[in-house]
Design a protein around this ligand. Sequence first.
Ligand SMILES: [Cu+2]
Length: 274
Amino acid sequence: MWSSPGRKVVTAWIVLSVVATPIVAFVVGPLFPPGTGSAQASEQVFDNTWMTAIVTPVICLLVVFFAYVLIQFRHTGGELVDGPPLRDDPQVRMWWIGLTSLTVLFLAAFGSYELLQNGSGGGQGPNPIAVPKGNKIPVQVIAQQWQFTYRYPTYGGVETPQLVLPADTYIELHVTSLDVIHSFWAYELGVKADANPGVDNIAYVKTKGPRTFHVRCAELCGLWHGYMFDNGRVVPMSQFTAWIKTQQREFEPIAKYLPKYSTVYYPDPQRRAG
Ligand SMILES: [Cu+2]
């Protein structure tokens, strides 16, 4: 079936793939971002590891073939003669179409299935289709130029500039904006959701143990976009309960100036009427 150089390329490809794929799957993959700060973050690392491991043999083939071509067709002074064309080789054609189709279809199915598992940490808009089961604590993320504030509707709608979440708990994030487009990116939690004015963008995340995490705006939103960052904290439930009480007390004086909790806000009173 194969000519001798063809066999050499295939052998080198198989050997390289057999060596490289487990290294990618078990050594490199677990180091991928965003780490294991939440259930969704861990799932993202798992998915990215799998998908990278699957494309590793494809990359190995490119590397081997490139190396083969560089050596085989280097200029030696004599006349370079082209080999017979592969274009009409039915076996090459069958393997090429079969393997590439199988790889792409598998990755599409795997990716779609994983996306629908637990919401994957991404914003799903106002009507999410991947809704995790069980109790969830709603937390509203309000973006504005150039900071985030957070409202806790099940704790009297208190609004605070700090993001504190209880550990080992499902959180339902409602992300919105008061002015221009922003994006709420809680890096270590594997959450990224657009914050658009007039939109209630819902994302789910299941926290793990206590930790701090970074929050950044991930959508160019004006002059101070680069300074729109913050730290959030995941704390034990008892500590969270104590913290939310202090927030309620601290922000009590301004509570009466806040609009009633709503999925979206219009700072312009004329628009609020509509
Ligand atoms: Cu922003």
